[in-house]
Design a protein around this ligand. Structure first.
Ligand SMILES: *[C@@H]1O[C@H](CO)[C@@H](O)[C@H](O)[C@H]1NC(C)=O
Ligand SMILES: *[C@@H]1O[C@H](CO)[C@@H](O)[C@H](O)[C@H]1NC(C)=O
Ligand SMILES: *[C@@H]1O[C@H](CO)[C@@H](O)[C@H](O)[C@H]1NC(C)=O
Ligand SMILES: *[C@@H]1O[C@H](CO)[C@@H](O)[C@H](O)[C@H]1NC(C)=O
Ligand SMILES: *[C@@H]1O[C@H](CO)[C@@H](O)[C@H](O)[C@H]1NC(C)=O
Length: 492
């Protein structure tokens, strides 16, 4: 017995020694401190979606209008072929993981059977008044594993309580509770500040509404001009500012205030709140389906993609179902083309096989913060970090070095490790010593589509001229976009 005890004791000692040795070997420098403000868990998940689909659908779909009057008869709502699976399949095929439906638009007609009004699907001939568009969308999304968001218009041109603060706010809040209690997880809720020109007195109790949303849904992002989670980008063209901070001061924002659109478009480098922007735009001219309209051309959609996703934003692309209750074949086709184009451009990173060098790296060679991190598939938590010593601004650079044959590309992609804050204020890009692009902010994703067209060369250097603290770059891509044909400037 004692013999066995002894061997046990030797084993324990050996294990202890081994563990210590291993611990020593694995010791790496910690990540740098974050620069506040930071995204929340839900905001970070939202940011990685890149594309969201908006579905404008309701009585306007049947009256060829954009703003209903509120006097529409529910009898006109009869989408006999409605198939929410077709909407969701269209979204999934386009790489979209969140679809937002207009549960109620300004006309006041509700796409779900609300207890608080009969101006809804209940009085329509569709499914003999037993239909529920919200439920059908929720079921279809669940079946394909994607998420749902909702828009409930504050402006209501039908309900007689509208224009009377207390009764209308009670009505609105009651509907909000119905939507957020009945249908499971809702990932985004969309608010705007639109009001009737005859009812400018109407006050929306946003503080009460937002508190109720938080109480009922834990993983939701609240969208409005002023956040709190996601802000409007300030236009309906799908275009963010070429400088675009995810940070703003919420105290400078108010909902429905036209004088803040420029601030919304660019954000604020000194902003104390993380409220990233969302770019809403329609695939067609209008938000609702009109027989006479067609989807935008692929080149326009790509332009929008570069100006939104390529500038640290999310693209909320509206695709309106038609009066049959289906997304028209033309739009399905265009979305497929759009997805295919994005994949063609970005699925190949020409930098992947290249050598990467940087001005310095945190913690030395084995520190885990080397420049090679910008070529892996993690675009958040592995990144290149330079040393934090006395390097002045403008001293940080990272360079992609190709072999002798060089590279041909026309798009440069840069991504910051935004989990530790948005930092970069100014950057320049050089190809073999010649500047090919310059920009300001980067954020989650910055795409430079080269104005001069395709370039050919060996060494691509990204120089960070100004940043809050040290820059942290999580991904770099060099891409070839065959759809990009910039017009030549001047005589050639
Ligand atoms: C505003 O009220 C006037 C007078 O009642 C009416 O003629 C007009 O149509 C109303 N405008 C809107 C946008 O409701
Ligand atoms: C708006 O408010 C003013 C002052 O309280 C009141 O006199 C006016 O009747 C209101 N207008 C409407 C359309 O409710
Ligand atoms: C609109 O925004 C401007 C600029 O921030 C501000 O001065 C003004 O008070 C705001 N107006 C309202 C009604 O909130
Ligand atoms: C935002 O808030 C910060 C901190 O209080 C301040 O320094 C900055 O000037 C504000 N931005 C604007 C546009 O007021
Ligand atoms: C709606 O789109 C579907 C699918 O393309 C099509 O079959 C149907 O005819 C369209 N309805 C109308 C009214 O255009």
């Amino acid at each position: 017995m004692p013999k066995m005890r002894c061997s046990l004791c030797i084993t324990t000692l050996f294990l202890l020694y081994f563990e210590l040795a291993v611990t020593r070997l694995e010791q790496v420098p910690p990540p740098p401190l974050p620069i506040l403000p930071l995204p929340s868990f839900s905001q970070l998940k939202w940011q990685q979606r890149e594309l969201i689909m908006f579905l404008h659908f309701g009585v306007n779909t049947f009256t060829d209008s954009e703003w209903g009057t509120g006097h529409e008869s529910p009898a006109i709502f009869n989408p006999v072929g409605l198939d929410a699976n077709q909407w969701v399949n269209t979204a999934v095929d386009a790489g979209i993981s969140l679809v937002i439906l207009t549960a109620k638009h300004h006309d006041g007609f509700c796409l779900w059977p609300s207890k608080y009004t009969d101006h809804s699907v209940i009085r329509s001939p569709w499914k003999n008044g037993n239909g529920d568009v919200v439920q059908e969308l929720v079921d279809a999304a669940k079946a394909r594993g994607i998420d749902v968001g909702l828009y409930l218009s504050p402006w209501d041109r039908h309900d007689p309580r509208y224009g009377h603060d207390l009764p209308y706010n009670e009505y609105y809040l009651a509907q909000l509770q119905e939507l957020l209690k009945r249908y499971g997880g809702v990932r985004e809720i969309w608010f705007d500040g639109a009001k009737g020109s005859n009812e400018t007195n109407m006050t929306y109790y946003f503080t009460d509404w937002f508190s109720m949303v938080r109480e009922l849904q834990s993983s939701i992002n609240i969208f409005s001009d002023a956040g709190p989670d996601v802000r409007w980008v300030g236009d309906e063209k799908g275009s963010a500012g070429s400088t675009c901070w995810s940070t703003v001061n919420r105290t400078s924002l108010s909902i429905g205030n036209a004088s803040i659109v420029d601030y919304l478009n660019t954000g604020d480098p000194k902003g104390t709140d993380w409220v990233p922007p969302e770019c809403d735009v329609s695939i067609r001219q209008g938000w609702f389906w009109h027989k006479s309209e067609s989807p935008k051309k692929l080149s326009q959609l790509l332009q929008i993609y570069y100006a939104s996703v390529g500038r640290n934003c999310l693209l909320l692309l509206n695709v309106p179902p038609n009066s049959t209750g289906l997304i028209s074949e033309k739009d399905v086709h265009r979305l497929r083309e759009f997805r295919k184009a994005i994949d063609t451009i970005f699925s190949t990173n020409l930098a992947k096989e290249c050598l990467v060098k940087a001005s310095s790296q945190r913690g030395g060679k084995e520190g885990g913060f080397g420049p090679e991190n910008v070529l892996d598939d993690d675009h958040l938590w592995t990144y290149w970090a330079p040393r934090e010593d006395n390097h002045g601004e403008g001293d940080h650079w990272i360079e992609v070095r190709a072999g002798d044959e060089g590279l041909r590309f026309n798009v440069i992609r840069i991504q910051e490790a935004i989990g530790l804050g948005q930092r970069i204020k100014k950057h320049d890009i050089y190809l073999d010593g010649k500047m090919v692009a310059r920009g300001t902010t980067v954020g989650y994703k910055r795409l430079h589509r080269l104005e001069g067209g395709v370039v050919h060369g060996r060494d691509v250097r990204i120089r960070i001229r100004e940043s809050k603290g040290v820059p942290l770059i999580s991904s770099i891509g060099l891409h070839f976009d065959p759809f990009w044909h910039p017009k030549r400037q001047g005589p050639k």
